[in-house]
Design a protein around this ligand. Sequence first.
Ligand SMILES: *Cc1c(COP(=O)(O)O)cnc(C)c1O
Length: 361
Amino acid sequence: MQSEPQAFDRVLSSMCTDPHPAARDAAERFLATNPGDPGSYPAVAALEDDAIELLSDIAGLDEPAGYITSGGTEANIQAVRIARERADSRTPNVVMPDSGHFSFRKAADLLGVELRIVPTDDDHRADLAAVRSAVDDDTAAVVGVAGTTEYGRVDPIPELSRLARSVDATLHVDAAWGGFVLPFTDYDWHFGHAAVDTMSIDPHKMGQAAVPAGGLLVRSPDLLDELAVDTPYLESTSQATLTGTRSGAGVASAVAAMEELWPEGYRRQYGRSQNNAEWLADALEKRGYAVAEPALPLVAADVPRSTFDALRANGWRISRTATGELRVVCMPHVSREMLASFIGDLDRLEVRASVPVASDD
Ligand SMILES: *Cc1c(COP(=O)(O)O)cnc(C)c1O
């Protein structure tokens, strides 16, 4: 029997979504292409230039530079690699708030860099005093997150960039998830707002492209030179990417999604997702749960373990923060009807969960 992928109608935990129809179509057409070999696959290589131009427009970068990665993880690894190569230290470190993504642990491990994880403040944002006391002459990069994975928080990017400059480190902004909603908010998060050196921004999350399509952007092309290796058997002479053969489907679908949606389509989607997040936060608050206010379309709430488990057993794909809160990501496929049905189940199951066991046997 042929396997089928999951439906999206109960998926509240994913940072990926149903691709835009144009992105799906482009992915299918470009399945058998490899942007890692531009000499053999010039059409998709040209599309990658378009993708980087579009991403740069979204992220306030005047001179487009970067490449389409396999995702935020690869972009974060490569950003740490750039920082390490530029750092004038034999024992480089990277300073990151504890809200940073676990991919930086992989980066630190692979690259032999010390990862200094510093506390966040009461609102889950980078604590500037903690960052200030953690940076030193061996700091290669400071990481700021623009749209954290657990609470959707945006770190104070301009202040972090000044701290990074003060020790001659790069500032990396991880906007893997937030990059496609932040343009419609008042946050300072991009290359035009602060001295950002490198950024992760993933079309395959809020950008509605097919997986795999991540993005690494750099302030100037010479930063990519830090990554380049010679490529003897290819027509192109060097390669800055981490992987060799790459997904042309991801590149083509990223371009298709951005051409279709940037900026008005994304703006409308942000509005819908943010309204949904606020509606859900409100519904949960009314039921007495402690809710972390949704700064971006992501809701975290303190729901008892038994209720969480019962919801999962009822087919809801939900996840938890490190401290155990229910976490719902209001991705484009998450509709108001879905959330209303979720709250309906929550009400039903919460009552059951509080009924004393053994009452009827
Ligand atoms: C999802 C996410 C990542 C990892 O991206 P992948 O595409 O899963 O590799 C990194 N950083 C943040 C902030 C994310 O939300």
